[in-house]
Write a protein that binds this ligand. Structure first.
Ligand code: NAP
Length: 265
């Protein structure tokens, strides 16, 4: 029997088969969850529907998380289709190209507002909208990155947004704990996705990561999916307000030595 058998799980942020949301969706499907998928933009026919069909997902809804009415309508549709839900995944982020390539001090007011609205406030707004249909024992999670706690060149306003997202995770966990609903974040190492492609210098960072991380390997969407299964399942029943790193150990290393220097020791 799968770890998520009998659970209704909604995943927000599926853009294509490279998305972290797709790794999570596939892992949830493998473990027997009944799935719902939400996406933004106009990729339904071309990208999202074929993926939803692969995992037998009947509930596929567009939701632009900058729009309160769309969030409310999506929650209403979920209530009608599922009744109650057990898992909510937020795998959404956005920052403009300028914000991810210029120096941080040149961040525009609108760029700052947009990045924090889409990447952080939406997590709070989705939690609020879906709380009435969350079962006790439920699990809510979001995706974050190490640029929240240390400087990652060009990550800029997104690092600031991820810091706010991780803090929101703790505040939400505190609020929802009495209702036996857990809220956690997964901090993933760099993965080649649409969102990552927007970060200046991502390619070099991606290459450097595998050299510097203790496990000497990049992270895949399947690795993140497996961690998400753990957080969604009853195996993590007493874990809330945490940031779970899925990064081959990268965040644990304080002084990085290139493989060449290592060999010469
Ligand atoms: P992705 O496939 O591009 O997913 C990002 C998603 O956010 C897309 O589905 C995008 O939809 C959605 N989105 C953007 N604006 C939205 C809006 N207004 N309303 C609703 N959805 C919106 O990239 P990803 O890397 O899998 O990103 C998923 C999460 O993982 C993000 O929180 C990201 O910061 C985090 N993360 C990524 C990495 C990495 O290296 N890739 C590492 C750590 C954490 P559209 O494309 O249709 O706009």
């Amino acid at each position: 029997m799968g770890l998520l058998e009998g659970k209704n799980a909604l995943v927000f942020g599926l853009a294509n088969d490279k998305s972290i949301a797709w790794g999570i969706t596939q892992a949830f499907h493998r473990e027997g969850a009944n799935l719902g998928i939400s996406y933004a933009g106009e990729m339904l026919e071309r990208r999202v529907k074929p993926l939803a069909e692969k995992v037998g997902c009947q509930w596929v809804e567009e939701c632009d998380v900058t729009k309160d009415d769309q969030i409310a309508a999506t929650a209403e549709k979920a209530a009608q289709h599922f009744g109650k839900i057990d898992v909510l995944v937020h795998s959404i982020a956005f920052a403009g190209k300028d914000e991810l390539s210029k120096p941080y001090y040149q961040t525009s007011r609108d760029g700052f507002k947009n990045a924090l609205d889409i990447s952080v406030f939406s997590f709070v707004a989705l939690t609020n909208a879906f709380l009435p249909i969350m079962n006790p024992g439920g699990s809510i999670m979001c995706l974050t990155y190490y640029g929240s706690v240390k400087v990652a060149p060009n990550y800029n306003v997104m690092g600031v947004a991820k810091a706010a997202l991780e803090s929101s995770t703790r505040y939400l966990a505190f609020d929802l704990g009495p209702q036996k609903i857990r809220v956690n974040a997964i901090s993933a190492g760099p993965i080649r996705t649409l969102a990552a492609a927007g970060v200046g210098g991502f390619r070099d960072m991606y290459k450097h990561f595998a050299d510097a991380a203790p496990l000497r390997e990049n992270v895949t969407i399947d690795d993140v999916g497996n961690a998400a299964v753990f957080l969604a399942s009853d195996l993590s029943a007493r874990i809330t307000g945490e940031v779970l790193y899925v990064d081959s150990g990268f965040n644990t290393v304080g002084v990085q030595i290139s493989p060449k220097e290592e060999k010469s020791e």
